[in-house]
Design a binder for this molecule. Structure first.
Ligand code: DQA
Length: 150
C-alpha cells in the first residue's frame, strides 16, 4: 500500500511560522513523524511539499496509477484552489484532508475547503496526529476495498 502525503505552502516553515497556532516543531520533525507512523502501519509513504499551486496539481496527476491513497494538507490553497479540487477528482484516488490547526474556529475565509470536497475524510486541529489518523483511515479504507474486491 503506497500513500502520497502532500503539504502546501508555508508548511515547510513549521516551527517558525505562528508557533502558537502551528506548534514549535519544524517540517523535518513532521516528516519523521509521518515516516514513523507509516512504518508502524506497514504502509509505504512518500512526502511532498510545495509552495506552488500548479506543482501540487502536477504532483496529484503524477500519483495516478502509482499511489493507492493521498493525504493532503493544501494549506492556504485549501480555501482558494478549484484546480487542486479538480486534480483530486480527476485522479479519483481516495484522499484525506489534514489541517494542523482547528480551521473551524479561525477566520471566515478559512471556512470553505475546496479540496475537502474531493476528500473522504478531514482531520483538523489535531496537530501532527492528524496525519497519523489520516494514514490509519486510508489503510482501513483500502484494506476494506481490497477485501470487497476479493
Ligand atoms: C492549515 C490551515 C490553513 O488555513 C492555513 O492557510 C495553513 C495551514 C493547517 O494546517 O492548519 O497554511 O492548512
Amino acid at each position: 500500500m503506497k500513500l502520497l502525503v502532500i503539504n502546501g505552502p508555508n508548511i515547510n516553515f513549521l516551527g517558525v511560522r505562528e508557533p502558537d497556532i502551528y506548534g514549535k516543531q519544524n517540517y523535518e520533525a513532521l516528516l519523521t513523524f509521518i515516516q514513523r507512523a507509516a512504518e508502524a502501519e506497514g504502509v509505504e509513504v512518500e512526502c511532498y511539499q510545495s509552495n506552488h499551486e500548479g506543482d501540487i496539481v502536477d504532483k496529484i496527476q503524477s500519483a495516478y496509477g502509482k499511489f493507492d491513497g493521498i493525504v493532503i494538507n493544501p494549506a492556504a490553497y485549501t480555501h482558494t484552489s478549484v484546480a487542486i479540487l479538480d486534480a483530486l477528482k480527476a485522479v479519483a484516488i481516495p484522499a484525506v484532508e489534514v489541517h494542523i490547526s482547528k480551521v473551524s474556529e479561525r477566520e471566515d475565509f478559512r471556512q470553505i475547503s475546496y479540496a475537502g470536497m474531493a476528500c473522504v475524510k478531514t482531520y483538523a486541529g489535531l496537530g501532527f496526529e492528524g496525519y497519523r489518523q489520516a494514514i490509519l483511515y486510508l489503510k482501513a479504507l483500502l484494506q476494506d476495498t481490497c477485501e470487497a474486491a476479493g
